[in-house]
Design a protein around this ligand. Structure first.
Ligand code: ZN
Length: 267
């Protein structure tokens, strides 16, 4: 693993006062992992397409490349520090091509790994992430105007739509940290796995794992029996290999650190 850390500041464009986060990642992660980290630190739900634009280079996922016939490079094979090499480098991350949320990323600092820290980590930030599908920067402005004015004709519609309350000034760093370490949950189910957990596979094991849809992967790793806790738990820092056609995950219980396993049957 890399000995170097990249510290980024990400800011949502065209929104005032600004919505921003400061976070650190290992420099040798892929752009796919950077995308997943951005989703969690910002507070998005990873339910739309995305792409990175670094100078003339477009980096995105296989799905986007197929659907939009974008002329780009798949993000899971591109390592961050092979492309972004110097402090003060800026590039763009676009999320949701309908609402078109453009984020500016600035590489603020290149630092040595702090052995006591857990990566990725969020250091600071301000303001809530806009709700998904609110119409981009322009739609978000209208949304806030309506929300702040009880006389506005759309006031109650928007209030119901957003679930009864929305504080645009709120940002909870501890909540972000918890989501990075324990995964993102929606109505009691894990929808994104912990990003601080390591996972290594044999080539065959990787092929097996990659054939499982991401939301099923999240379900699998968040419903592992821990004999030490006597309860269902999340498996972290696991290794995966093929055993008689099945995929065997061996790792640690997120709560007690004890050894746990999970067998995923082939076919
Ligand atoms: Zn346990």
């Amino acid at each position: 693993m890399s000995e170097t850390i990249y510290q980024f500041k990400v800011t949502l464009k065209e929104i005032y006062p600004p919505i921003w986060r400061r976070f650190q990642v290992r420099s040798d992660i892929t752009f796919c992992e950077l995308h997943k980290t951005l989703q969690v630190v910002m507070g998005w739900w990873n339910c739309h397409l995305h792409l990175f634009q670094v100078d003339a280079l477009t980096i995105t996922d296989k799905k986007t490349l197929a659907e939009w016939s974008e002329d780009g490079t798949p993000d899971h094979v591109i390592q961050l520090d092979k492309i972004v090499k110097q402090e003060d480098t800026t590039f763009t991350y676009e999320y949701d091509f309908g609402d078109s949320w453009e984020h500016e990323l600035v590489l603020e600092a290149i630092l040595p790994v702090d052995e006591t820290a857990v990566y990725p980590c969020c250091l600071a930030g301000e303001r809530a992430c806009p709700p998904e599908d609110c119409g981009g920067p322009w739609g978000y402005k209208l949304f806030l105007e309506a929300l702040q004015n009880p006389e506005h004709e759309e006031h109650s519609n928007y209030l119901t739509w957003v679930g009864g309350a929305f504080d645009s000034e709120a940002f909870d760093l501890d909540h972000v940290t918890r989501q990075l370490r324990e995964g993102v949950y929606w109505q009691g189910e894990m929808v994104a796995p912990p990003l601080t957990s390591t996972q290594t596979f044999t080539p065959q094991g990787q092929w097996f794992w990659d054939s499982i849809p991401e939301h099923i992967q999240a379900k699998i790793i968040s419903t592992v029996w821990c004999p030490h806790c006597g309860d269902a738990t999340t498996i972290v820092n696991f290794k995966g290999n093929i055993k008689q056609g099945d995929l065997l995950l061996r790792g640690e219980c997120i709560r007690c650190g004890g050894f746990v396993t999970r067998l995923i049957e082939g076919s």
